[in-house]
Design a protein around this ligand. Structure first.
Ligand code: NAD
Length: 522
């Protein structure tokens, strides 16, 4: 580590200076190890959600620009594929160090473009780093399977070969973490990669790709193109791209899955969510409600694992939960993410703020009880920021729009039911199945819940059961299109192709005649 620290520090001094130049007021692309300006591309404004001001512009790559990135990835593949996994892993050991060194800068970029608060952005970055740590185990992950004597003197083994050029398309809400669910693992198992981050939060990906180059990743192995549908469609149609990972909203996920697979690619497309938290009468209510506050309002509700719905079992539980939530909402601190004492920042854009406000209006019109109304919040000195106060609805029912739709904002609804079975049936009928959790002190209820619930990630007294990097992340139903989850063991399988080799070395003393029966080991 000492050697790395010294080496990396000198190289970095030079690099950081040139990165400042590279970033400027226009966020371009990173292709074949070079910053590529956005000259000639369409442009889109990037906002600071806390001030409401345009801070920079992002270039939207043309088809030709994306093809340039695919060409770079294709050219880099043969040499990278033949680099030993242990050597590939070394790049990620260094990258972990570099990201940690630059954590404050990356967190600053996240706050600046997304709006989340400092400690939340740091948490996201820590989760990104976890995926780098997992990638460092590449030699172990790629060991394959071996069987000796599957027939007389015949050995057989399976190995996991990289696919070639792979691509990732990511959402705005985790500018550092979600790209790191994808490219480190794809690259460490021998693929090359084209990443298309969200055009709303583009800077962190470019910066972290520059760090990867610094860590020793050869040019062309990771390329970043910023852009919108034109860039995405180019990746989906190009025959050189072998596999596409997507994380974003369900309508786009469905489109990506249908188009990518129709073009012969492997696709994993993770979509939207509407996660329910069941609170049982025997739960530790104070702890449950504290957990719910973070899960509902953390990151302004802009998380696919957020909890926008509480299912209270029994009216007494409902009343107690609602009373505690109201009290905690009164003291929740809202303001710009750069102030570390704030609990919740702004929403990502003006359009998204307007959309979430419309949902609150809908909820009122549909007859839910709005107990806490965050619509009129004003943050001093940030009057133009995209802020919305925490909103709390009681008496939400399953027919309401605010129950059915993913709102992706700081709006929590309480649904009241009479039994655990009713809660489970309700959750199982919902179109999404990303995450859920139960608060209880009863092992039997928890075990029944985890066994029968039709949801991919389940917490027991854990509000955000986001799997760690050595497990895999994915939902059920319309929260995921495809077969394999993101990152972890499923990620290794997604980014590799199995090849099974059966081998015999005939002895020269043995002569065999033709065999017409189907071979078997017994
Ligand atoms: P989004 O679907 O609008 O955008 C995601 C990506 O798709 C972006 O890179 C965007 O440029 C691209 N895109 C958008 N419209 C497109 C189109 N018509 N054709 C092709 N590409 C298009 O999602 P978002 O608003 O950035 O992110 C929020 C959504 O992501 C929420 O629904 C949230 O639940 C979901 N999400 C899911 C997970 C998960 O793991 N399941 C994780 C994070 C976010």
């Amino acid at each position: 580590e000492d050697v790395c620290q010294k080496e990396c520090a000198t190289v970095l001094e030079l690099k950081v200076a040139s990165m400042e130049d590279g970033m400027g007021n226009i966020v371009g692309h990173f292709i074949n190890g070079q910053n590529v300006s956005g000259a000639g591309n369409r442009m889109q404004d990037v906002y600071n959600p806390a001030t409401g001001e345009v801070t920079r512009q992002v270039a939207l790559a043309s088809k030709e620009r994306v093809e340039e990135a695919i060409r770079a990835a294709e050219a880099a593949f043969p040499a990278w594929r033949n680099t030993s996994p242990a050597k590939r892993a070394q790049v990620f050991f260094k990258l972990k160090y570099l990201i940690e060194q630059h954590a404050e800068k990356i967190v600053g970029m996240i706050i600046d473009e997304h709006g989340k608060v400092y400690h939340d952005a740091m948490g996201e970055l820590t989760r990104a780093i976890e995926n780098v740590e997992f990638a460092c185990g590449a030699p172990e992950l790629l060991k394959g399977e071996h069987s000796k004597n599957v027939g007389t003197s015949i050995d057989s083994w399976s190995e996991f070969q990289p696919l070639g050029v792979t691509a990732g398309i990511t959402p705005f809400n985790f500018p550092a973490m979600v790209p790191f669910w994808m490219w480190p693992l794809s690259v460490v198992v021998g693929n090359t990669f084209v990443l298309k981050p969200s055009e709303r939060t583009p800077s962190a990906s470019i910066f972290m790709a520059q760090l990867a180059l610094e860590a020793g990743l050869p040019p062309g192995v990771l390329n970043v193109v910023n852009g919108d549908k034109e860039a995405v469609d180019t990746l989906l149609m190009d025959p050189r791209v072998q596999a596409v990972s997507f994380v974003g909203s369900t309508p786009v996920a469905e489109y990506i899955y249908a188009t990518g697979t129709a073009n012969g690619k492997r696709v994993q497309a993770l979509g939207g969510a509407k996660n329910h938290a069941v609170v049982m009468p025997d739960a530790d209510l104070d702890n449950a409600v504290s957990a719910l506050m973070g899960a509902a309002y953390g990151s302004c509700g802009e998380r696919c694992m957020a909890i926008p719905l509480v299912v209270a079992v029994g009216d007494e539980t409902g009343d107690a939960v609602v009373a505690r939530l109201k009290r905690q909402l009164e003291v929740m601190k809202i303001g710009p993410g750069v102030d570390n004492s704030n609990d919740m920042g702004p929403l990502v854009t003006k359009e998204h703020l307007a959309k979430v406000r419309r949902y609150v209006d809908f909820g009122v019109a549909e007859g839910a009880e709005l107990l806490v109304d965050g619509r009129n919040i004003v943050i001093p000195e940030h009057e133009k920021g995209f802020f919305l106060g925490g909103c709390l609805f009681d008496k939400v029912t399953s027919e309401m729009t605010i129950y059915r739709d993913e709102i992706f904002g700081p709006v929590l609804g309480v649904v009241r039911v009479n039994s655990l079975q009713e809660a489970i049936d309700l959750i199982n009928r919902h179109e999404y199945g990303n995450g859920t959790c139960i608060f209880t002190r009863d092992g039997e209820s928890a075990r029944y819940f985890t066994d029968t619930i039709k949801v991919g990630m389940v917490g027991v007294n854990v509000p955000l059961p986001v799997p760690v990097a050595y497990h895999s992340f994915g939902g059920w139903k319309r929260s995921l299109f495809g077969d394999l989850y993101a990152y972890g063991p499923d990620g290794v399988r997604f980014y590799t192709r199995r090849k099974t080799i059966t081998q015999r070395w005939p002895s020269s003393s043995l002569r065999e005649g033709a065999v017409f029966s189907f071979p078997s080991g017994v």
